[in-house]
Design a protein around this ligand. Structure first.
Ligand code: GLU
Length: 464
């Protein structure tokens, strides 16, 4: 059977990193097995779904490098890939189930359901729908429907034992009798999540569903539905959720929890995917933990997905970010920073990326290379002049720049700190910033000369 996996986000908000990890595991699995990665948009919740959230989710996935083979924008043989465009398919599946008596109309109002719920709680039994509309006579149902009474359609849950053969957790058993007759079609005619997902996973020939284990309780329902339609359900792998450092399920109070927040914070996408891949999955022993997507996809295997929840650790993410920053190509970083690819920025990024803690730090340092308005104290002019005299025509390395500075220092016999302070001020107008040797190397002799001339002429004007 060919490998077809899917990521099925609901466009009701920003892409959460837990969901990004689900997308990543599916992508890695597809790539590892030469399979197909499908993107399906689950937008049947009309009130909460918004096109701008869908756009942002697609953008975040692209940024992470997780391209899909079939999806709403790229198409594919099993489309459409937006559930709101598949309503006819759900309708015909419901009609078939209605004709076969496997689903039924339920007229219980939200208020009546609430009374049922409280009543069950008071009796100490689990609060759930008690199935009272299951036995309504067919002609009564027809008359109430014709009279325009709102109704949902519910699935008559088989009472048998259902085993979810889970590739992470092993077999998980459920009793159909513990599960209520859940809604397949809402009163407004839109399908419920469980129904649409079950239909789509089968119709899109999904071979394996990898998703968070918060969906485990839905799986016997989806399997039963597929079975009642005569379809083979996919296989499943439920991955433990991500928790905060305090062990609680991830929420806003744990800081950045969306991909967009990490993006805005300047994290490199390759660092985020590397970090997310290792949240709940471990590479074979002896492998370097710092990996790019192709390496991850060569190694990824569900057998090494942990059964325990993973814990979010921002410091570990920052560590991966530094590792990837160090390994990134200068050209790639320049493109990400969106700075002009001049010789100066090339040298700056080359110097900075080896020690920087983040892309934002590089961006901030590059910004300090520009000049700000300043006045040079007359005491500094001596130092600036000495550098003018010592500038070689070319500076090829930072080491060479250090030697030039040493020569200036020993020629003047001044403390190193004073020399550097005067030069930094003369070259950038700033009191603080990059080491002066780095500045000399990055700016190059011509630009250094231009700045020194300017500083000296300013000092001369002020001294008058
Ligand atoms: N739309 C569901 C969600 O975002 C998908 C769950 C699933 O993978 O089946 O949680």
């Amino acid at each position: 059977m060919s490998v077809r996996v899917r990521f099925a986000p609901s466009p009701t908000g920003s892409l959460h990193i837990g969901n990004a990890r689900t997308a990543l595991f599916n992508w890695l699995y597809a790539r590892r097995h030469g399979g197909v990665f499908i993107l399906r948009i689950e937008d049947t919740d009309r009130e909460r779904s918004r096109p701008e959230f869908e756009g942002a989710i697609l953008e975040d996935l692209r940024w992470l490098g997780l391209a899909w083979d079939e999806g709403p924008d790229v198409g594919g043989g099993k489309g459409p890939y937006r559930q709101s465009e598949r309503l006819d398919l759900y309708r015909s599946a419901v009609d078939r189930l209605l004709a076969e008596g496997k689903v039924y109309h339920c007229f219980c109002s939200p208020e009546a359901l609430e009374v049922q719920r409280r009543d069950r709680l008071a009796r100490g039994v689990p609060p759930r729908y008690d199935g009272r509309c299951r036995a309504l006579a067919a002609d009564l149902v027809r008359r109430r429907r014709e009279a325009g009474e709102p109704a949902v359609v519910r699935f008559q849950m088989p009472q048998e034992r259902i085993t979810v053969p889970d590739l992470v957790k092993g077999d998980v058993h459920f009793l159909g009798s513990d599960l209520d007759d859940f809604i397949v079609l809402r009163a407004d005619g839109t399908p419920s999540y469980n129904f649409a997902a079950a239909v789509d996973d089968c119709r899109m020939e999904v071979s394996l569903v990898i998703r968070g284990d918060d969906h485990l309780a839905n799986t016997p329902r989806q399997m039963a539905l597929a079975g009642s339609l005569g379809w083979e359900p996919p296989r499943y792998a439920h991955v433990p959720l991500i928790h905060g450092a305090d062990g609680a399920p991830l929420s806003k109070r744990h800081g950045a929890v969306t991909v967009a927040e990490h993006r805005a914070g300047g994290v490199l996408p390759e660092a985020l995917v590397n970090y997310l891949a290792l949240l709940g999955w471990s590479p074979p022993a002896g492998k370097d933990e710092v990996m790019d997507l192709p390496t991850l996809s060569r190694l990824f295997a569900l057998e090494r997905v942990s059964r325990a929840p993973a814990r979010l650790d921002p410091e570990r993410l920052a560590w991966f970010d530094r590792q990837h920053l160090r390994r990134a190509s200068v050209e790639g970083l320049i493109a990400r920073l969106g700075v002009p690819p001049s010789e100066m920025t090339r040298r700056a990024v080359d110097v900075l990326h080896r020690d920087a803690r983040s892309l934002s730090e590089i961006r901030a340092s590059v910004a300090t290379l520009g000049m700000v308005d300043f006045s040079v104290p007359s005491s500094a002019t001596l130092v600036l002049k000495a550098l003018c005299g010592a500038l070689p025509p070319r500076i090829e390395t930072e080491e060479q720049a250090s030697l030039v500075l040493e020569a200036v220092g020993s020629q003047l016999g001044l403390p190193k700190r004073d020399v550097m302070h005067a030069l930094r001020l003369g070259l950038t107008g700033r009191e603080h910033g990059l080491p002066v040797a780095s500045l000399l190397y990055i700016l190059g002799p011509d630009e250094v000369q231009r700045r020194l001339d300017r500083a000296l002429s300013l000092a001369a004007t002020e001294g008058r």
